[in-house]
Ligand binder design. Structure first.
Ligand SMILES: C[C@@](CO)(OP(=O)(O)O)[C@H](O)COP(=O)(O)OP(=O)(O)OC[C@H]1O[C@@H](n2ccc(N)nc2=O)[C@H](O)[C@@H]1O
Ligand SMILES: Nc1ncnc2c1ncn2[C@@H]1O[C@H](COP(=O)(O)OP(=O)(O)O)[C@@H](O)[C@H]1O
Length: 300
């Protein structure tokens, strides 16, 4: 099999349709029960054979993304190189479309894409299971963006089981340029909420609604235990959520640690109307419409 000079991999952003959060563990992480859905806004990473390691970033928010070894894509390349005993001789180029620090796992998507791209570039042939293990080392959300579609995440969010999901879900997203730090939102959650000692459980009603393609029930089940903390840190998000509700959204929720707000439409057209209504509320820097579920990280 010939080894390519360059490989491009695309990986999707995600929404948390429900996010149950338990009490902080001694290792600093929180036990989760979340339903993830991958949606049609993508990061793209190109890995090219080179004499040394380097990374460039392109896109509207590129200035807010590190280009050194703290970049998750860079860390992913190092991890693959270490795993297969090679020098990390690769030039990475990241095309960003997912909002930075938006609760949509853009950095995780870059990591997942870089894992696959370097594996292919170096002809490493890592197994799917090994790639998932490396993904979990890079971050809690990375295994999901590798897998894509709709899935239940437990433990740190990294233990996944695919969820049966019928139907297409049209979402309007309202994004804010000023992101929220995931660690800050979890910290605020600890101060605000006493989740009790039992680990959270996946929302069964939501899983039934997804199986039945019951859009209205899915909308009613949207929820996020981090939302109160995110709203404390960014109170203006309430106006975006209200605007979506007034415009007839089947449901509206802050995704992950925010600040992106996701509103579920009855149709593609309705999602476009929801986006317009959320933009008119004046707090969002950008709105877009996406569809889910979509596949996980894939070579182009
Ligand atoms: C909140 C969620 C929901 O899907 O998504 P985002 O808003 O980041 O997209 C995730 O739990 C974020 O996952 P991810 O962004 O990969 O987090 P990591 O890099 O693993 O961890 C960053 C920090 O988040 C906190 N963290 C993360 C996961 C978890 N189960 N409990 C935590 O407390 C920890 O403070 C950790 O130091
Ligand atoms: N490849 C990357 N893309 C985006 N952010 C990155 C990347 N690598 C590291 N980061 C850092 O991670 C932080 C949050 O990442 P991101 O995945 O965009 O958001 P979220 O965790 O809210 O889903 C950013 O503020 C950035 O400093």
């Amino acid at each position: 099999m010939s080894i390519p000079d360059a490989v491009t991999v695309r990986a999707p952003g995600k929404l948390n349709l429900s996010l149950g959060v338990g009490r902080r563990r001694p290792d600093g992480f929180h036990p989760l029960a979340t339903v993830f859905q991958a949606v049609s806004v993508y990061e793209e990473v190109t890995a090219t054979a080179a004499d040394a390691m380097s990374l460039t970033v392109e896109g509207a928010d590129a200035d807010r993304v590190p280009t050194d070894e703290s970049n998750l894509a860079w860390r992913a390349a190092l991890l693959v190189a270490q795993d297969v005993g090679m020098e990390p001789l690769v030039r990475l180029h990241v095309r960003k479309r997912v909002p930075v620090a938006g609760g949509m796992a853009g950095g995780s998507a870059d990591a997942a894409a870089a894992l696959l791209a370097c594996d292919a570039l170096w002809g490493a042939g890592l197994s799917k299971d090994r790639l998932v293990e490396l993904a979990a080392e890079l971050g809690s959300d990375v295994p999901f963006v590798l897998l894509g579609h709709t899935a239940v995440g437990t433990q740190r969010g990294d233990l996944l089981s695919p969820a049966l999901c019928r139907g297409r879900y049209h979402w309007a997203l309202a994004t804010r340029r000023a992101g929220l730090s995931t660690a800050d939102v979890y910290r605020r959650f600890d101060e605000l909420v006493d989740p009790g000692t039992r680990d959270p459980e996946p929302d069964r009603d939501l899983l039934v609604a997804l199986r039945a393609a019951d859009l209205a029930a899915v909308g009613r089940c949207l929820g996020n235990d981090l939302q109160a903390a995110a709203l404390e840190l960014a109170p203006e998000l309430e106006r975006t959520l209200d605007a979506a509700t007034r415009a007839g959204a089947l449901g509206a929720v802050v995704t992950g640690s925010g600040p992106t707000v996701a509103a579920l439409g009855r149709s593609r057209r309705h999602a476009t109307e929801l986006a317009t209504a959320m933009r008119a509320a004046g707090e969002a820097d950008q709105t877009l419409t996406v569809v889910g579920p979509v596949a996980g990280a894939r070579a182009q």
